[in-house]
Every structure is written in C-alpha cells, then in structure tokens.
Write a protein that binds this ligand. Structure first.
Ligand SMILES: [Zn+2]
Length: 169
C-alpha cells in the first residue's frame, strides 16, 4: 500500500514542461490527494487557463501513478483559482536562476531601491518586474506573449537582455 505522502512526493516531482526546473510542487499546481472508494484522486489546479502544459502535466501525473501501481486518476480543480502566491519561495528562486523573472509576490523585493524615489522613476505598468540577469527594475514589456502563452516577453533597459516573465494572475 502506497501512502498518500509517498504519492504526493512522487507526483510532486513532475516538472512543468515549459519550465523544466520547476516541479508542480514548486508551482503550487499540485493540490492534494484523496480517496474515492478504491481509487486515488490527485487534484491539480492549472496555472493559467488554457495553458497547454497542463495536459502534459496531467499525463505525467498519470504515468507516475501507474509507476507506483496506484489505481487512480487526475482531477483538475479550478476553484479556488491558482495564483502566483501559491508558488513556493524555492520555486521562485529556481525561476530566477533559470533566467525567468518570477512573479511579484508579497515576499518579492521592493520595486525600487531605497535611494530611488518613486517620483523620478519611469512609469511602468508593472513596477516590480526585475531583470533576472542583472536585477535592474528598469524593464519594459516587449510582447504580452513570450515563448508560451503563460509567459510574456520583457527586455531589460539596463543590460538590454530580453527575458521571459512568468505572468502573475
Ligand atoms: Zn538586466
């Protein structure tokens, strides 16, 4: 008999096919596991509605259950909706290392260094998107959609490097 904890640990290792450094546990996509009769139901919440990665994630979770010889299925739960707050701090750190600006969260760094006042800062729609390469807050959005629909394309005005930003919801 495989324990719930073992199931969660195993399926939590499934990675986001778009950002392979992130597991669904990092993303907060993995919601839980429950039992219905003799069936194990793993619940996941998509990060972004229509995100094609979710089909692959669902499939990977099913394969993981099969590998554990667990009779189960995957259920997509839309409520409460996923928000970027569900992403773990470890997940955000991995995103930055991967070269993608993590979504702003309550624990994100302040949008401006203390020496820079808000008054003379450039007007940006999203003030807290920092360049993952040099850390500069002086960035601008190039395209609403980056390499995938889940990310937008940004460019750093300091080091001139383009980067993907994982959209906050
Ligand atoms: Zn930069």
């Amino acid at each position: 008999m495989v324990t719930d904890a073992a199931i969660l640990e195993a399926v939590g290792e499934v990675v986001d096919p778009e950002v392979p450094v992130l597991t669904i546990a990092d993303l907060g996509v993995l919601r839980g596991v429950r039992h219905e009769g003799d069936e194990v139901v793993v619940t996941i919440t998509p990060t972004y509605s229509g995100c094609p990665a979710m089909d692959l994630i669902r499939h990977e979770v099913e394969l993981t259950l099969q590998a554990l010889h667990v009779h189960g299925r995957v259920e997509t739960v839309l409520s409460p909706p996923w928000t970027t707050d569900w992403m773990t701090e470890a997940g955000k750190a991995k995103l930055t290392d991967y070269g993608i600006a993590p979504p702003p969260g309550t624990s994100a760094p302040a949008p401006f260094p203390p020496s820079q006042s808000r008054a003379n800062a450039p007007v940006l729609l999203q003030l807290s998107i920092r360049c993952p390469l040099c850390g500069s807050p002086n960035t601008s959005e190039l395209s609403r959609f980056g390499s995938t629909s889940c990310k937008s394309l940004w460019r750093c005005n300091s080091c001139r490097e383009p980067f993907d930003h994982f959209k906050a919801i």
